[in-house]
Design a protein around this ligand. Structure first.
Ligand SMILES: [Zn+2]
Length: 257
């Protein structure tokens, strides 16, 4: 780190759990943020400000006036622009040292798999079950830690699936792909703006901890927020031995691509 970096990241370096070593891990890390909306905005901003060296933003949408109530990567000035372009500009304002790559369309299949394979951590900031399951499958396949968030109305959820460890549950152990999804997307439903901030920021905290090797992750637990009463609940997520997605992860479970 040069002198400017030592100053910029000094409040991380002062944390004994992070220190210079942890900060250097962040600078050398690659995060994949899928979804540049309500969750992806605060998540990517904190990753960039904290010095994660390389961030890939994925989103196929353009900035719409209805987004601005909560999607703080975007502003009135970037209305109509691709969200990933708007997001890249904002992240550069926070920290121009961070390399930001963008994908301005929905990805699936091998393209998604290749992006996941190159990431050290994957943040699922999307709002629909088919995409969530596709991301989970790629993370299982490549043994990548998945930090998953969701927000709707006054409710939020956040969990970590550390798929580097084959004993960890995957997203499909919690929400099987065969389940009939009672899907409610905040693209069409109401959502209380700060709920996306609280959940997205929690995703950033978990991603940074995983990347810097700090503390105990949320792996195997799901936090559920009721912001109307401002109460959190925690549930344990068990690995489902019959899970169709992660039961045969022996080959890939420890990050072997
Ligand atoms: Zn599973």
């Amino acid at each position: 780190m040069n002198d400017d970096q030592l100053l910029r990241y000094s409040r991380h370096i002062l944390l004994t759990q992070v220190g210079i070593e942890g900060q250097e891990r962040l600078l050398g890390s690659r995060a994949l943020v899928i979804g540049a909306g309500g969750l992806g905005s605060p998540a990517s901003i904190y990753l960039a400000a904290a010095g994660v060296g390389h961030i890939t933003l994925v989103d196929g949408d353009r900035v719409d006036l209805t987004n601005l109530q909560r999607q703080i990567l975007h502003t009135t000035a970037t209305l109509g622009e691709p969200k990933v372009e708007s997001g890249r500009q904002m992240l550069r304002h926070f920290n121009a040292e961070v390399e930001v790559a963008t994908v301005d369309h929905r990805i699936e299949g091998e393209a998604l798999s290749a992006l996941v394979a190159r990431a050290d951590v994957v943040l699922d900031c999307t709002d629909n079950f088919p995409t969530r399951h596709a991301i989970n499958r790629a993370c299982v396949r490549h043994g990548r830690p998945l930090v998953s968030g969701a927000a709707i109305r006054f409710d939020g959820q956040v969990g970590v699936f550390d798929l580097r460890d084959q004993a960890s549950p995957c997203y499909a152990c919690l929400f099987p792909e065969t389940a009939d999804p009672d899907e409610e997307r905040c693209a069409v439903m109401g959502v209380f703006a700060p709920v996306t901030g609280i959940i997205g920021t929690t995703q950033a905290a978990e991603a940074l901890k995983l990347l810097a090797h700090v503390g105990e992750s949320l792996n195997g637990r799901l936090l559920i927020l009721d912001a109307l009463g401002m109460r959190w609940r925690e549930i344990r997520i068990k690995k489902d031995p019959g899970c169709a997605i992660c039961k045969d992860t022996g080959t890939f479970g420890l990050g072997v691509v």
